[in-house]
Design a binder for this molecule. Structure first.
Ligand code: G4P
Length: 525
């Protein structure tokens, strides 16, 4: 197979949702269809959720297991599918945000009864930063939930998506008869489908057909009315608009019953994009360029606490990655060779010789990589769009063992390179402030510093609300701002200037006082 065909057949995506909407269940059914797993429950056992602070040890234990499920690759029909897993626990949301920078599309799972939830909003926002094409899967149709039309309205409003339903539910909960697949003009009658069983659908291209009444009885007319109504509200599906991230198709189903999942997958492989061109600071890099390029979007450390081994996940953006070849680490400006490059097929890590755009390569690392690093065949490229996001919880970090200050600083440096959290250094006091998305990471950091680096730390409260990255074209204005807000300024680990705000109000005030200063909630702007 030629390189062009290899690229065209790849689909690299993530399934995202608010916890409990059914992400794990859906992922598992997709894997069953692809033959990547044989038994239900294989994904579930690795998941981390609903944990409280006291469970962080359990989270640490599971990190070792979850490396295998970080990327789940399998072949389906003529396609090579790569599902990038995202942590279920919302304290690890930043991990999820970064993984989303490496996908070419996303499936958003929404619980039919709960509708759009907080985490769904955040994740979709991140996808929309890069106009990532999104498919919506409305799950748990076997339960009574919101009216489909109302729900679509809510999704459009809250997520800012333009929708086009490609399937439509017939009843719900105990009255669920099935779904009508608008895309393929087929009726899919509800039954709890077993593992890998083909869903039997009935072709009904003419809605006026009496066959519809035979299958659906009184619900046939409701379906006809619904579809007529839909035709007036939603535009017909445009593949072009979907690829631009301007319109999102919607499917309905019940993941646990394996209902509507195959329809979703079949349509997904057809319409979801193969790896696309990606912007580097220097130029746009096309996937089918001959020279290899890729970037690190995730670093997984501590697989074996006795050895400080880490694995860096690289998304191949162009060209072919080959094992044992020298590649250029742009930030460090040096050549590196990887003998142990691994690929991810059927949840197993295995040595690979070649990887194509869209694929994820796992590289064993002893501390050379940071999130966002670019690897190339030789060119100096820096891929954009791998931002840090403003943390939501902040604490001062204090060295609890003066004899181990070197270890502490090395440990913090390495953990931050991995993206566990972010560190800011106050301009005024020189003190370090750690910022995270949720409280769990503070325990994780303390634990890992002690066990992996022999350093101990304690925290002191920092009463902060957000970190905003600052930019301004007018140097004098920036100097005036720095002078006035000296106490609230810090630098991140790359030396970029940040405003540490105590409240939403203080950001608003600063914006009013300094209209020329730009305040950004992500580091990539
Ligand atoms: P998540 O990864 O998004 O957090 O969700 P997950 O798949 O774990 O699903 C959350 C719960 O919803 C699970 O129940 C799961 O069985 C259930 N679920 C998933 N899909 C459907 C569906 O189509 N219909 C119904 N009725 N339930 C569904 P649980 O009780 O939390 O876990 P378990 O005891 O079933 O493992």
């Amino acid at each position: 197979m030629g390189m062009q065909e290899e690229i065209q057949r790849r689909r690299t995506f993530a399934v995202i949702s608010h916890p409990d909407a059914g992400k794990t269940t859906l992922t598992e059914k997709l894997l069953l269809f692809g033959g990547a797993i044989q038994v239900a429950g294989a994904v579930k056992s690795n998941k981390i959720k609903r944990s409280t602070t006291s469970d962080f040890m359990e989270i640490e234990r599971q990190r070792g297991i979850s490396v295998a499920t970080s990327v789940m690759g399998f072949d389906y029909r003529d396609h090579k599918i790569n599902i990038l897993d995202t942590p279920g626990h919302q304290d690890f949301a930043e991990d999820t945000f970064r993984t989303l920078t490496a996908v070419d599309s996303a499936i958003v799972v929404i619980d039919v009864a709960k509708g759009v939830e907080m985490q769904t909003e955040k994740l979709v926002k991140v996808c929309r930063m890069r106009n990532t094409p999104i498919i919506v899967f409305i799950n748990k149709l076997d339960r009574i939930g919101k009216e489909a039309i109302e729900l679509l309205d809510e999704i459009e409003q809250k997520l800012g998506l333009n929708l086009t339903p490609l399937s439509w539910p017939i009843g719900m909960g105990p009255y669920l008869k099935g779904v009508y697949n608008i895309y393929e003009k087929r009726l899919n009658l509800f039954s709890a489908h077993g593992r890998q069983q083909e869903e039997e659908t009935i072709s009904i291209s003419e809605l006026s057909s009496p066959e519809l009444d035979r299958y659906l009885d009184t619900q046939a007319q409701t379906l006809r009315d619904d579809l007529e109504l839909l035709g007036g509200i939603y535009p017909p599906f445009s593949h072009e608009d979907f690829l631009q991230g301007a319109v999102s198709p919607v499917f309905f189903g019940s993941a646990i019953n394996n209902f509507g999942v195959k329809e979703l997958l079949d349509c997904f492989v057809e319409i979801a994009p193969p790896p696309l061109a990606r912007s580097a600071a220097e130029r746009l890099v096309e996937a089918d360029e001959e020279s290899f390029s890729g970037f690190v979007f995730k670093i997984h450390a501590n697989m074996d606490p006795k050895h400080r081994n880490r694995i860096a996940f690289v998304k191949v953006c162009s060209g072919v990655f080959e094992r044992n070849k020298n590649y250029f680490h742009v930030r460090q400006s040096r050549k590196l060779k990887f003998a142990n490059a691994t690929g991810f097929m059927a949840q197993k890590k295995e040595l690979i010789d070649k990887a194509y755009p869209g694929d994820i390569v796992g590289l064993y690392d002893t501390g050379n990589f940071r999130i966002g690093d670019t690897l190339t065949a030789g060119e100096s490229l820096n891929f954009k769009g791998i931002p840090s996001f403003s943390p939501e919880q902040f604490r001062y970090v204090v060295n609890a063992d003066p004899m181990k200050s070197k270890q502490l600083s090395k440990g913090i440096d390495q953990l931050m390179a991995e993206g566990v959290a972010q560190v800011f250094t106050s301009r005024m006091s020189g003190r370090q402030i750690i910022g995270t998305v949720g409280p769990l990471q503070f325990d994780v950091i303390q634990h890992r510093l002690l066990h992996e680096y022999g350093a101990s730390c304690r925290y002191e409260p920092a009463n902060l609300y957000k970190a905003c990255w600052i930019a301004c074209e007018d140097d004098r204005e920036l100097a005036r701002f720095s002078d006035k807000k000296h106490r609230a300024l810090a630098v991140d680990k790359e030396g970029r200037l940040c405003f540490l705000a105590e409240s939403a109000y203080s950001i608003q005030l600063a914006k009013e006082d300094f209209p020329k200063i730009e305040f950004h909630y992500t580091s990539d702007f």
